[in-house]
Write a protein of this length. Structure first.
Length: 562
């Protein structure tokens, strides 16, 4: 036998008709934090504990754990059993990939296949973490700690590219950059802002200021410094520009002023400055510690704030749309309706990258993703023009696109389009729509399915810690029910055609809010709060207040003013 092959043989006596059950217990430990010599001992110790507990107890414990998961995470689509089954399949893939990832990160394929070699991308922060933040916040915290522990390598990477601060690797498994193609890899500098964005969403949802002040703020400071060294003020000093970057769309690389990168960098700079200034006001000792270890000064914070306010966001006055970058609209349009092009998908397998880069054609949502994450101040008519323009250019060659297009389509009232894109994301792996599910499940798309349901059809938003719900229920759906964990309370949201009902179902007695529901402010408690059109019903005996009246709810959370 070879050195890396083992075999176990069991012998026993039996008679015809005898039924036997064979149980196998496997223990897995990693050498990342212990010596290789220690592994065999640890594995044996774990197996011995499992034997002592017993198979039935292990099964019962697992069932109990999964029961808790489904109670806080399930999304219920009434009257559509096929959709319901597919939704739960996607959610199960997410928890399989993340529950025991702890501080190891969440691979793009989870543990389902060898695709991408187990590497981590921005998929985690933008697509998987929203689900975890609002349903299993501890798992989201673990994933963010994975990035915090990566800061030494990220600092080294920034220096390697002659920049200040930190630059997180585009593709990694150990903290070091593993991407072999800089144009569609390293140049996607927006990953820094994606991580900062996910961090702040976690803090707003949980109120975990301890994590923010002890570890998260170092991520904010490092990423803000990076963007300051990457960008520059133009000669007038009125515009802050960022050149030679690649946005989420990998069919358009190394451009100036990518819309998505700029709006996310603006958020990153604003959040870093405001959090640090709030620390200085409210936690002076913590701010002094931060200043001592990082050399942070008030002048630097003022510069970040100035850059955020001066961030250049490309906009074409004639077409009244946001160009994806400075030169995007000058490129030739790619005719995706050409019968000769239609079967050649994805384009990258049939055309050289340099050919693709010359055209207006998208692998995945770019401006549209920016509108979802940072479009609260963009007028609805501009959003509609943006969405319509880029919809016809988007090939959908990326598994990250359909779910985002569904969310924005739902927000804009394009109900049929939103449902079409949602179904593409929902059945991406179940029907092998991209022909590569054998390489592993698309975990990011699974997270996007949850986001399409909750942010898209459910209309849930967290705008700098201000929660709102403005649903867009698909035609033919009786109701949509989901849970979001806010400030430690599990809030059940039930959306019907003309009504929304909210109720704290776990976390104890307390209040959450105010939450803006279809334009009305309500405070949520353990009794149902129902909003029907223009009418807001509240439970007076619970001490809740009429919509719009201030409450005495104290939230220990770092706030960021827009």
């Amino acid at each position: 036998m070879r050195d890396d092959v083992a075999r176990g043989v069991d012998h026993g006596d039996g008679t015809r008709g005898l039924r036997m059950r064979l149980g196998e217990v496997v223990s897995y430990h990693s050498s990342r934090h212990v010596s290789a010599e220690e592994l065999a001992f640890r594995c044996a110790r774990t197996i011995n504990r499992a034997r002592q507990v017993g198979y039935r107890t292990l099964m019962a414990n697992q069932a109990e754990w999964l029961g808790r998961f489904w109670r806080r995470s399930d999304v219920r689509v009434s009257g559509h059993p096929e959709l319901q089954q597919a939704v739960r399949w996607n959610l199960f893939q997410l928890i399989q990939a993340s529950a025991r990832a702890e501080t190891q990160g969440i691979p793009a394929k989870g543990l389902t296949g060898s695709g991408y070699g187990g590497h981590y991308f921005w998929d985690t922060e933008v697509y998987a973490l929203p689900f975890l933040t609002y349903t299993s916040p501890q798992f989201s915290r673990n994933a963010l700690r994975f990035r915090y522990l990566m800061l030494p390598q990220a600092t080294e990477r920034a220096r390697e590219l002659s920049h200040d601060g930190v630059l997180f690797p585009w593709r990694t498994i150990n903290g070091h950059e593993s991407s072999a193609y800089y144009a569609a890899g390293t140049a996607q500098y927006h990953i820094d802002a994606d991580i900062a964005y996910a961090l702040m969403k976690y803090v707003y949802a949980t109120g975990d200021s301890e994590f923010l002040l002890s570890e998260g703020v170092d991520i904010l400071v490092g990423t803000a410094r990076f963007f300051m060294s990457l960008g520059f003020f133009d000669p007038t000093g009125e515009k802050f520009q960022i050149h030679s970057v690649t946005g989420p769309d990998e069919y358009t690389t190394v451009v100036n002023n990518n819309f998505y990168t700029n709006v996310m960098a603006r958020y990153n700079l604003r959040a870093a400055a405001d959090v640090a200034l709030q620390m200085r006001r409210e936690r002076p000792e913590a701010f002094q510690e931060l200043s001592d270890r990082s050399g942070l000064s008030i002048d630097e914070l003022d510069l970040w704030d100035r850059a955020a306010k001066a961030m250049y966001i490309p906009f074409d006055e004639g077409m009244q749309i946001h160009p994806q970058d400075d030169q995007f609209l000058n490129r030739q349009l790619w005719n995706l309706d050409d019968p000769a092009v239609g079967p050649k998908r994805p384009l990258l397998l049939h055309y050289h990258p340099l050919t693709i880069y010359r055209y207006q054609v998208l692998k995945q949502a770019d401006v549209v993703l920016g509108l979802f994450l940072q479009g609260d101040d963009v007028p609805a008519e501009i959003k509609k023009r943006d969405y319509t323009y880029y919809d016809r250019l988007t090939t959908g060659d990326s598994s990250l696109s359909a779910v985002v297009q569904s969310i924005v389509a739902a927000e804009l009232g394009f109900r049929e389009t939103a449902m079409d894109f949602f179904l593409r994301g929902l059945f991406l792996d179940l029907e092998n729509l991209h022909g590569n599910s054998a390489d592993g499940v698309h975990i990011a798309s699974c997270g996007g399915v949850w986001s399409a349901l909750v942010f898209g059809f459910g209309g849930f938003r967290d705008d700098y810690g201000h929660f709102s719900i403005d649903p867009r229920l698909p035609e033919g759906w009786e109701s949509l029910e989901f849970n979001v964990t806010l400030q430690g309370y599990q809030v059940r949201v039930t959306v019907e055609e003309d009504a929304v009902e909210l109720q704290i179902v776990d976390g104890g007695e307390g209040l959450v809010g105010p939450v803006t529901v279809m334009g009305k402010e309500v405070v949520v408690g353990t009794r149902p709060v129902r909003v029907e059109g223009e009418t807001t019903l509240v439970a007076d005996e619970q001490g809740l207040v009429e919509a719009g009246i201030a409450t005495d709810v104290v939230q220990d959370i770092v706030t960021v003013d827009k």
